[in-house]
Design a binder for this molecule. Structure first.
Ligand code: PHE
Length: 336
């Protein structure tokens, strides 16, 4: 009997060890259930005498306990294997690209910004800057747009309030709507001759679309000296156009209106294919603006221009939607 128990136990243990992991749950019934070989032996214990029954009974209990433990171990193994398989199946590859061979580079707008600076520095300008949070005076008043001037309405101004119950604009503090306030700051900061460009970020209350962003960039130019004329303006725009776009490009001025220049013009650039592109505004600095800058208009004259940097970047690279430049999608950015 003892030998039978031992061999039945060995058989059962071998069955557990070789059982496929997904049938582990059936092992218990098969090896220890009512119809199992070991249970069958238990039924036979009754026919043995007392001493034999005691010895065989305890051997049988031990055998069943060790088979049961082996089944539990096998089940734990099965669960671990299932978990690992699941982790493997659900693993996400979060590496965007191989880490080697990828180098970052300047953003499209920064590239255009720096190229513009380079060209203007080459033409004899120095680079100036002003704050992005401005006062009403610098952004409007000093630029010949006093309170109630209709042109103010064309700039969808974002106001910065000092308190929640203040009406928009009441504090006189705002996000600059153009880089033109740097004209005033430059005039107040230095004696003519002045030759500056001022690139920077500007803000307007605009809903983003393919050609507009509420935050964008402009570059302002200002020249003030004795006897500056419209011819100097046109010549500078032309020299810039050729230096920046190439010798095959030319420029033209078209009459326009800005409160801070008189006369005012739009300047366009002619592409080699003959098409014209509107680039920005310009004109002779208005006498009132010179006065706000602390200069006597009888002694000094000047010209100013301003245009969008984002537009330049978009034009240069044929980007059809200006918003693409600000999504920071690596697949877009990497193309430039
Ligand atoms: N500030 C003007 C604008 O934002 C552009 C401009 C600058 C026009 C300088 C004339 C002179 O539209």
């Amino acid at each position: 009997m003892i030998d039978d128990i031992r061999s039945a136990c060995d058989e059962a243990l071998a069955a557990v060890a070789s059982a496929h992991l997904d049938v582990v749950d059936q092992l218990h019934a098969e090896l220890l259930g009512k119809r199992s070989h070991l249970s069958g032996m238990k039924a036979k214990l009754g026919s043995l005498d007392a001493e034999e029954r005691r010895v065989a009974g305890s051997a049988l209990n031990q055998a069943m306990a060790s088979v049961s433990a082996a089944i539990d171990e096998r089940r734990a193994q099965a669960q671990r294997a299932a978990l690992e398989a699941r982790i493997d199946a659900e693993r996400l590859d979060l590496t965007e690209a191989p880490p080697v061979g990828r180098r970052g580079h300047l953003h499209l707008v920064t590239q255009a910004w720096e190229q513009l600076e380079d060209v203007f520095v080459g033409l004899g300008f120095t680079v100036a800057e002003g704050p992005e949070v401005e006062t009403d005076w610098y952004n409007f008043e000093a630029l010949n747009m006093g309170e109630g001037h209709p042109a103010r309405g064309e700039f969808d101004t974002l106001f910065v309030g000092r308190s929640d119950n203040e009406l928009p604009g009441e504090s006189g503090i705002l996000l600059r709507t153009h880089t033109s306030p740097v004209q005033i700051r430059a005039m107040l900061a230095q004696e003519p001759p002045i030759h500056i460009v001022a690139p920077g970020r500007v803000f307007r209350r605009d809903t983003p679309d393919a050609t507009h962003m509420p935050v964008f960039h402009q570059i302002e130019g200002l020249v003030v000296d004795r006897d500056i004329t419209m011819a100097d303006l046109a010549g500078t725009i032309e020299a810039f156009t050729r230096a920046f776009f190439g010798e095959e490009f030319t420029s033209r001025l078209r009459p326009s209106y800005f409160p801070f220049t008189e006369p005012s013009a739009e300047f366009d650039v002619r592409r080699p294919d003959g098409s014209w592109l509107e680039l920005g505004g310009c004109g002779m600095v208005h006498p009132e603006v010179l006065r706000a800058g602390g200069l006597d208009p009888e002694q000094w004259s000047g010209f100013a221009f301003g245009f969008g940097i984002d537009r330049m970047a978009v034009m240069r690279h044929g980007v059809s939607d200006i918003r693409d430049m600000y999504v920071n999608d690596i697949r877009f950015i990497e193309q430039f």
